[in-house]
Write a protein that binds this ligand. Structure first.
Ligand code: SF4
Ligand code: SF4
Length: 336
């Protein structure tokens, strides 16, 4: 195996590697995902949260019990909580408990503002499905306009923009609107869990969206938090000749991971339902087909946990560094 010095062959990789080396050191980031509640003020087309009945769990409303659960998670080694749905902004009393007890970031659909004064340094990721007309069509409201107004110029907010097969052409318009609002964006691809007509990816569409993501990253480097290697893996679902899927996925919950052999995976990662007893299969839902999964976080984690496999060639290693650096920026381990 080559040494780090052999592998680093340009200043950009050296700088990024220096940035991330503390994060990937002895303890690193040990995250898990938690549903904060089981309600939402939207019903988006194709939402796996509702279609897989995750909302039917009896959510934990007792704040003392919640604090005790967080304590147990920390004792298990978790040092970063990724808070997701239903919709975290609808139960701020619970968000308060999370924020007071562990480093965390929260997802939101952006309709109800999570006040910055209440959570001064919490990263907020706004889910976005397209430009304003698409948000109305797919989510029933112009959530993009509302969320831009709510979070304008907030330095700790980004859009998690799920690009669909039908919305590739709007990526630049959307990215420009995000730039104008003083915010940032990270892309992932839609997974057609419910077989919506016209929403499947084809080889031509993969190429088109990849070219577009690359172009956006080049044109708006201060706005787009991404990496060309991430785009490549996301749109080919392959990495170093291996195919993404169930037997490779790093984001299967530890508590239910019965794969044999177990692949490299996120250490101690679990995805909890809002009762904090139920553990979901993975970071998405049991109803999703791994063969067509395009989850962005699982994809970037897949690259990250396979560091060693990227250490035989300087180009591969630079790619690994690039994705890990992107991940660290998204999850606030290093500044944007
Ligand atoms: S905002 Fe999120 S949880 Fe709510 S319906 Fe849409 S995708 Fe589902
Ligand atoms: S659906 Fe996606 S995230 Fe879940 S186990 Fe399959 S590949 Fe992993």
């Amino acid at each position: 195996m080559l040494t780090i010095n052999d592998l680093i062959q340009n200043e950009d990789t050296r700088r990024k590697y220096h940035d991330i080396k503390n994060m990937v050191g002895s303890s690193g980031m040990r995250s898990s995902i938690y549903d904060v509640n089981n309600i939402c003020n939207l019903r988006c087309k194709g939402c796996f949260y509702f279609s897989s009945d995750q909302h039917k769990l009896d959510d934990q409303k007792d704040l003392d019990e919640l604090a005790a659960f967080i304590g147990r998670e920390k004792a298990r080694g978790v040092n970063y909580a990724i808070l997701i749905g239903g919709e975290p902004s609808l139960t701020l009393d619970r968000l308060d408990v999370w924020y007071a007890n562990i480093k965390c970031s929260s997802a939101t659909n952006g309709i109800k503002k999570i006040e910055r004064d209440r959570y001064p340094d919490m990263r907020v990721g706004i889910s976005l499905w397209g430009d304003e007309e698409d948000e109305i069509r797919l989510r029933g409201k112009n959530t993009f306009l509302i969320s831009r107004q709510n979070y304008r110029n907030d330095p700790n907010v980004y859009y998690l923009y799920t690009v669909t097969a039908q919305t590739i052409g709007q990526m630049e318009t959307v990215t420009k609107k995000i730039e104008e609002a003083g915010l940032r964006v990270h892309y992932q691809l839609f997974s057609n869990d419910q077989g919506e007509e016209g929403m499947d990816w084809t080889e031509d569409l993969y190429k088109e969206v990849r070219d577009n993501m690359d172009a956006m990253l080049e044109k708006y480097p201060q706005v787009v938090i991404s990496s060309k290697y991430y785009h490549q893996v996301l749109t080919t679902q392959t990495m170093l000749g291996r195919r993404f899927g169930w037997m490779e996925c790093p984001s299967v919950s530890d508590a239910v991971d019965d794969r044999d052999p177990r692949p490299k995976r996120l250490y101690g990662f679990n995805s909890y339902g809002s009762d904090y007893t139920t553990v979901h299969r993975c970071c998405t839902s049991v109803t999703r087909d791994c063969a067509t999964c395009h989850d962005g976080a699982a994809t970037m984690s897949w690259i990250m946990v396979n560091k060693r496999e990227h250490m035989t060639d300087p180009v591969d290693f630079a790619n690994w560094v690039d994705v890990t650096h992107m991940f660290a920026r998204l999850y606030e381990y290093i500044p944007w």
